[in-house]
Structures are given as structure tokens and as C-alpha cells.
Design a protein around this ligand. Sequence first.
Ligand code: CTP
Ligand code: MG
Length: 180
Amino acid sequence: MLEIVLPTIWFIFPAYVANSVAVDVSGVPYLREWKTPVDLGRSWRGKRILGDGKTWRGLFCGTVAAVFAGYLQGLHHGWGQGVFGAGIVEMNVFTGFLLGFGALFGDISGSFLKRRAGFERGRVAPLLDQADFLIGAFLFASIAVRPGFEYFIVAILVTIPTHLFGNFVAWVLKLKKDPW
Ligand code: CTP
Ligand code: MG
């Protein structure tokens, strides 16, 4: 089990970084005011194209953080082989960029679909909310590397419990209203 889970975590790491940083920087005092939405506030057929939850700040900061993650992973490939497995994918700034930008592109596409389906910004869309960024990350990354379809399946399977656990911890810490 771990022989496939660990290399998947190593590979998908920049996508996780991009996704988390895009959300986390919304709380940084200096960056809080930079909230221009990616859709520039525009609507299509009476509904917002994407909504106020997708900002250029998130897209930019998340992508930069993912590039940095890929850079660090490239620097510490030998260490990664020891911890995550000898066969791990070689990471660099380009794979970091593809996974990070791809993840945020997937997340934005997910919001596009949610708005078309009439979901208000912030409303939970189970599965779509967790899978959209992974689909985007794997699609973009496949330009440079194709680690195999099993990586995608494992990434989805690892992400769902991680997400639920993260939400539960946030609820215990009173950062979130509901435990899911
Ligand atoms: N965020 C951002 N820019 C992004 C992605 C996320 O600024 N590209 C920030 C926003 O403050 C957003 C929060 O992270 O509200 C949570 O992200 P997410 O759950 O993806 O957005 P939602 O607000 O739930 O919007 P949606 O319904 O469109 O998914
Ligand atoms: Mg949300």
C-alpha cells in the first residue's frame, strides 16, 4: 500500500501547496485587500462567471508557492527517495508550476461548474470540491510527466479522508462551524 501512496504524495505535493496557499493568503493582513476576482466581477446569463471566491491573489500566490515547492523537491530528490521511495518522480520548478497552476485551474473550473448549476459561492459540492484541483493538476502535469493512472486514483483516495480530517481538526479548533 505505502509503496504507491508515498510516491503519490511526493508527486502531488505542489498541487496541495497551491490549493492551501490560495486559501490561506486570504487571511494575510497585507494581502487581504487584494481581492480582485479572476472573473473581474462579471456575470454570464445572470450568474457570476466564477464568483468572489476565486481571486488573482489566490491564483498568483498559489502558483508561486507550488513552483517553490517543486524547486525544493528537486533540490532534495535524494532525501525524497529515502523517505518516499526510490522510484519517485523527479521534481523541478516546471513540474511545480504545472501541478500548481493546473490545480488552481481545476479549482476555478469547479467554481465555473458550480455557478452554472446555481450553487452560491462557498456552498459545498461534495466530491467536486475535492476532485477538481486534482483533475487540473494531473492534466497539466501530463504535459511533462505521466506517472500512471494509479497515481490519480490514489491521489483522490488520499485526498478525501485528508480533507475530512482537516475539516474536523478545524472544527475542534473552532475555526469552522461544521465538522465536515
Ligand atoms: N481563494 C482565493 N483565490 C482562489 C482560491 C481560493 O482567494 N483562487 C480564497 C477565497 O477567499 C475563498 C477561499 O479561499 O473564499 C476558499 O476557497 P474555495 O473553497 O475554493 O472557494 P469558495 O469561497 O468556496 O467558492 P466556490 O463556491 O466558488 O468554490
Ligand atoms: Mg469552498
